[in-house]
Design a protein around this ligand. Structure first.
Ligand code: FES
Length: 150
């Protein structure tokens, strides 16, 4: 675990990718961490036929690590299928960033939660589709993490 911000973290913080909000998104996920008060909104464009995430934006009101983790997770998720996106966890985000200080790990969890919340919203809006079991499992797991942090 890094005890400082890596160059990749700083680079994503200074030049965030896919920042903002999509117009007419297919799904939106709003998450927040009650401890630090940081907020994140993920919006997605999803192809209903292929279930590929064709576009993504993030809006983060939060610390530098929250901005860097949300920026990099948008790059990791864009172009992936819903199932592939669900395989991306906060540990993958940390790895891509070259590490995060221990006190900033929860920021990467917030980014993962944002994707899960947006995907849940997608299936809520499409009751005719069956959500993959991985989605429920992940949502439960992330809730447990949040409770643990309080
Ligand atoms: S300090 Fe809370 S998300 Fe970074």
């Amino acid at each position: 675990m890094a005890d400082f911000y890596t160059d990749t973290v700083l680079e994503h913080f200074r030049n965030p990718r896919n920042a903002g909000e999509l117009e007419g998104p297919d799904a939106v996920g709003d998450v927040g961490n009650p401890v630090c008060g940081d907020l994140m909104r993920i919006s997605l464009k999803i192809n209903d036929e292929t279930e590929i995430i064709e576009d993504i934006r993030f809006k983060t009101f939060g610390c530098g690590a929250a901005i860097a983790t949300s920026s990099i997770i948008t790059e990791m998720v864009k172009g992936k299928s819903i199932l592939e996106a669900l395989k991306i966890g906060n540990k993958d985000v940390i790895e891509q960033l070259g590490g995060l200080p221990a006190v900033k790990i929860h920021c990467s969890v917030l980014a993962e939660e944002g994707i899960v919340a947006a995907l849940k919203d997608y299936f809520d809006k499409h009751p005719e589709k069956t959500p993959p079991p991985e989605l429920e499992e992940k949502a439960k797991l992330l809730e447990a993490v949040e409770v643990h942090e309080h």
